[in-house]
Structure formats: structure tokens, C-alpha cells
Design a protein around this ligand. Structure first.
Ligand code: URA
Length: 208
């Protein structure tokens, strides 16, 4: 696996506002979408193209268009939904699947409660979105399910991760590229990322 920590001043600036505990849910939600869109720009950098003939007002040319089936975004519920709008602004034709997993608060193990994805997953690039890759238990379980469902090309997009999460994910899925805006210092005893930004789902949806 390769981890791509996407470096850009706009991402750093937006992330700092998101980390600030005084940032209100409306701004937090907006920033999540903006950073997701910037990350999606990198995630989609190697999408295949094919040349098709078009007529400009002046002459005919072979112009590059995206080839093959549209990508599929896979949101890990519920915090992943906060990233969807931003990525969909960049790839409006993407399909969207949902995987419901929650972390058992005692064991931190991922438990599945929902799974709905397009049938032809194997013919699409699957971009899994979840803001926080902490222990990576949820991410690992979600990618396992997607592989079982036929997904062949999967990329993982998160906003923040920690070295423990990166290592665990890499061990479980060495074939999957992971894109993140930052790799923070460490996890705390409850599996939260430090310095992090708190509970992403609660901050996106204002449920604290
Ligand atoms: N999930 C979150 O929302 N935040 C963390 O820091 C870790 C997991």
C-alpha cells in the first residue's frame, strides 16, 4: 500500500479551522466538504482517459474524456456522509454506496449493520470515504466487505489518520492506496486521534 499525505496550503488552513473546538458545525461541515474535494482531486489523478472525436467551432479534434464506468463512492456511515457532497461536486456522475459499521466502544472492533452498493462494483473505481482512520478497524472491515462484493480497484480517502491506523491498514490491505490530509501524532486510549479534531460525526452533524 502507499500512503499519500496530500500537502497543500489550502488543506492545512482549512484543517486548522476544523481542529479548533470552537468551530461551529455549519463551518465544520463546509470545510469537510472542501477538503474532501481537494483530496478527491488527487485520488482521481490517474483516472483513465479515451480520445473521442468532437467538433470545436473551428475544426475536428480528438478530445480526452473519462473512459469506462463512473467511479463509485462508498460512504462509511455515518461520518463518511459528510465527505460525499464535496467529492460529488468534483465527480457528479459517481455512484454512491453505503456501508454501516460502528465501533464497539469496549473492544473498538467494527460491527456491520448496513451494506448497499452497486452490483457492478468490480467495473468501477471504488473510493471509500471516512473522515478519521484511527485504529483502522472500521476501514479494514469495510474494505474486506467491498472485496467480497467484487470490488477490484479501491482507494481510501480520509481527512486524518495516525501512525497506528496507517500501519494496521497497510498490514491488512497492502494493495489499497490511502489518501489523507494529515498523519497526526498518535491515538489515545479510547482510539481517538491526537491532536485530531474530536469525533468527526458529532462535529459534522452537531450531535455532541
Ligand atoms: N473517530 C473520530 O471521529 N475521531 C477520532 O479521533 C477517531 C475516530
Amino acid at each position: 500500500m502507499s500512503v499519500k499525505c496530500v500537502e497543500h496550503p489550502l488543506i492545512d488552513h482549512k484543517l486548522s479551522y476544523m481542529r479548533d473546538k470552537n468551530t461551529r458545525p455549519d463551518l465544520f461541515r463546509q470545510l469537510v466538504g472542501e477538503v474532501a474535494m481537494l483530496l478527491a482531486y488527487e485520488v482521481t489523478r490517474d483516472l483513465p482517459l479515451e480520445n473521442l472525436s468532437i467538433d470545436t467551432p473551428l475544426e475536428t479534434m480528438q478530445a480526452p474524456f473519462l473512459a469506462g464506468k463512473n467511479p463509485c463512492l462508498i460512504s462509511i456511515l455515518r461520518a463518511g456522509n459528510g465527505l460525499l457532497d464535496g467529492v460529488l461536486q468534483l465527480i457528479p456522475t459517481a455512484r454512491v454506496g453505503h456501508v454501516g459499521l460502528y465501533r464497539d466502544p469496549e473492544t473498538l472492533i467494527a460491527i456491520e449493520y448496513y451494506f448497499k452498493v452497486p452490483r457492478d462494483l468490480g467495473e468501477r473505481l471504488c473510493i471509500v470515504v471516512d473522515p478519521m482512520l484511527a485504529t483502522a478497524n472500521t476501514a479494514i472491515a469495510a474494505v474486506e466487505k467491498l472485496k467480497q462484493a467484487g470490488a477490484k480497484k479501491i482507494k481510501f480517502l480520509c481527512l486524518l489518520t495516525a501512525p497506528e491506523g496507517v500501519e494496521a491498514f497497510e498490514r491488512a490491505h497492502p494493495d489499497i492506496e490511502l489518501y489523507t490530509a494529515a498523519i497526526d501524532r498518535q491515538l489515545n486510549d479510547h482510539g481517538y486521534i491526537l491532536p485530531g479534531l474530536g469525533d468527526a460525526g458529532d462535529r459534522i452533524f452537531g450531535t455532541q
